[in-house]
Design a protein around this ligand. Structure first.
Ligand code: GLU
Length: 473
C-alpha cells in the first residue's frame, strides 16, 4: 500500500463526541502530513440505534472542525451485501463455519460458566459437526450464525503507538461473523470496508485494541494485505475516569454552542495525546500538520482539562480577527434577541476590542458584557453594600450633575474630569468609579470605565445613572 489512506469511522448512535473528534483529528493530521487521503465512513449498520439525523450531525461537527472527507462519505449499511459475500467466501475457504446453537442454548452455557465463575468462551461444538449433519440442518432450514474459526498460535503486530503487541489466539473465541438474521457483525464489516477502501492505516482509540487481532486474522484468512494500526490513548476526565456522556458535556456541538472556537477546540483536542515540538500549547493547524508524527503520540491516557480548554480558547479569541469574533458574538446576540439598530456590527466590534482580553468564550461577551446590549436590570448587592455609602451619595450626585454638562465625550477628558472632581471633593477617584461601574453595568467588574462610557455614549450613560439613582436611592 503506497498511498496513505486513513478513515474516521464513527457509529451514528450518538452525537460526535470530543473523544471521536480527537480520533478524527489524528487521522486528519496524519493524512495531511503525509499528503494522503482522509476518508469518512459512517458505520450505520445498527438499524435500531443509528439515526440519519445523527449522521448529519456528525458530518456538521466534522465540517465545523474543518475536516471534510477527501472522497464521498461511505455509508456502511449500503455495503451489507458485500459483507455477506465475504462471509460466504470465508465459509467456502473453511475459515468460518455454520453454528446452529440457539440463543437460548448459548445463554444457558453463559450462565453455567458464570455460576462456576469461569470466563465464558464458545466451545466450538458446531465446528465439529460432520458435513452430513450440516447439510441436513441447512436443508431443514435450521437457523444458523456463521462463526470465524480462530487458528492456533499467536497474533502479533507492530502497533505504531504501542509497539510490538501480541495476543494468544487461544484467548480469542470463534466469534460470530454473521448473526442468524443474516446481519454481519462489526468485525467483518470493518475489515471488508477498510480493505475495499484501501485503508493503509487504521488509527482509532485504545478501546479497539482487543478487536485488532480478530481483524488481523480476518485479513489473513482472506489473503488480504493487513493495514498498519495505531491505537490512541484514552481520554480521562478530571476525576481520572473515562470521559463519559453522563458526567461531561461531550458533544462537539455543545462546545460550539458554549462559545468555543473551532480552531481552539481542534488545538486543545490535539494536545490530548500529542506533544507538539518545543512543548508548545498554542499551535496552529498548519503547524500541527507539519509537526504530526506518531513519535510524538503518548501511550498514556490523556486528561480532559476544562481549564486548559478555556485558556486555549481565550488565547485564540485574543489573537483572532476582530471581525470574525464580532460576527460570532452578533450571532449569539441574535439568538438572544438582543440586537437592534444601535447594536450593529461596528458596535459589537468595539465591545469585542474592549473585552477580548478578559473572556474565555464567545458566550462570555454576552454574559459578562450583557450591559453593552441591554439596560442593567439589577445592581450587584454586595457591590452596593460595599460602595454605596452615605458619604459618597451626595458627591456622586454632584458628579452626575457635572457629567450631564460635559460637552466633550472622550476617554481622556472623562477621566480627567472625574479625577479632578475627586480631588476637589476629597474622595478617592476609585470610590466614584465603583459607583459609576455599578450604575452603568450593574456589576462590580468591567473593562476600563472611561472606555466603557465612551462606547455607551453620553445619552445612555446619563439615562443609566439617572435610572440607578431612582431605583437605589
Ligand atoms: N465504528 C467504530 C466506533 O465508533 C469504530 C470502528 C473503527 O475505527 O475500527 O467505535
Amino acid at each position: 500500500m503506497d498511498e496513505i489512506r486513513v478513515r474516521f469511522a464513527p457509529s451514528p448512535t450518538g452525537f460526535l463526541h470530543v473523544g471521536g473528534a480527537r480520533t478524527a483529528i489524528f487521522n486528519w493530521l496524519f493524512a495531511r502530513n503525509k499528503g494522503g487521503k482522509f476518508l469518512l465512513r459512517i458505520e450505520d449498520t445498527d438499524p435500531e440505534r443509528s439515526k440519519s439525523e445523527l449522521s448529519a450531525q456528525i458530518i456538521r461537527s466534522m465540517n465545523w472542525l474543518g475536516m471534510e472527507a477527501d472522497e464521498p462519505i461511505v455509508y456502511q449499511a449500503l455495503n451489507i451485501n458485500r459483507h455477506r459475500e465475504v462471509v460466504e467466501e470465508l465459509l467456502k475457504k473453511s475459515k468460518a463455519y455454520y453454528a446452529f446453537e440457539t440463543p437460548e442454548e448459548l445463554e444457558a452455557k453463559r450462565k453455567e460458566a458464570a455460576s462456576r465463575k469461569v470466563q465464558y468462551k464458545y466451545n466450538r461444538a458446531s465446528a465439529e459437526l460432520s458435513r452430513e449433519t450440516i447439510d441436513k440442518y441447512l436443508s431443514e432450514g435450521k437457523p444458523y450464525a456463521v462463526r470465524f474459526s480462530i487458528p492456533e498460535g499467536r497474533t502479533e503486530f507492530e502497533d505504531i503507538v504501542h509497539g510490538n503487541t501480541v495476543f494468544n489466539n487461544s484467548e480469542i473465541e470463534d466469534f460470530v461473523l454473521m448473526r442468524s438474521d443474516g446481519s454481519p457483525v462489526y468485525q467483518i464489516a470493518v475489515v471488508v470496508d477498510d480493505h475495499d477502501m484501501k485503508i493503509s492505516h487504521v488509527i482509532r482509540g485504545d478501546d479497539h485494541l482487543s478487536n485488532t487481532p480478530k481483524q488481523i486474522l480476518l485479513y489473513r484468512a482472506m489473503g488480504w494485505e493487513v493495514p498498519q494500526f495505531a491505537h490512541l490513548p484514552m481520554i480521562l476526565d478530571e476525576q481520572k475516569k473515562k470521559l463519559s456522556k453522563r458526567r461531561n458535556p461531550v458533544a462537539v456541538e455543545d462546545y460550539k454552542s458554549k462559545g468555543y472556537l473551532s480552531e481552539a477546540l481542534f488545538n486543545f483536542l490535539t494536545l490530548l495525546g500529542f506533544a507538539p515540538e518545543d512543548n508548545r500549547e498554542i499551535v496552529s493547524k498548519n503547524d500541527l500538520i507539519r509537526m504530526f508524527t506518531f513519535e510524538r503520540v503518548n501511550k498514556k491516557s490523556a486528561v480532559f482539562d476544562m481549564k486548559k480548554l478555556d485558556w486555549i480558547n481565550s488565547e485564540y479569541i485574543k489573537s483572532a480577527d476582530e471581525n470574525m469574533i464580532a460576527n460570532l458574538v452578533k450571532e449569539k446576540l441574535e439568538d438572544m434577541k438582543l440586537t437592534n439598530e444601535s447594536v450593529n456590527l461596528q458596535y459589537v466590534k468595539n465591545v469585542v476590542s474592549l473585552m477580548k482580553e478578559r473572556v474565555s468564550t464567545i458566550n462570555d461577551f454576552t454574559e459578562f458584557g450583557k450591559y453593552f446590549f441591554e439596560e442593567p436590570s439589577k445592581f450587584d448587592d454586595k457591590g452596593l453594600v460595599k460602595h454605596w455609602n452615605p458619604q459618597i451619595k451626595p458627591v456622586f450626585a454632584d458628579y452626575f450633575e457635572n457629567l450631564k454638562k460635559s460637552s466633550v465625550w472622550n476617554i481622556e477628558i472623562l477621566e480627567k474630569e472625574l479625577r479632578d472632581f475627586a480631588v476637589l471633593r476629597n474622595v478617592k477617584a476609585g470610590e466614584l468609579i465603583h459607583i459609576l461601574r455599578l450604575s452603568l453595568t450593574g456589576m462590580t467588574i468591567s473593562p476600563g470605565i472611561f472606555e466603557l462610557m465612551k462606547l455607551l455614549g453620553k445619552d445612555k450613560v446619563i439615562l443609566r445613572i439617572a435610572g440607578f439613582l431612582e431605583k437605589i436611592n
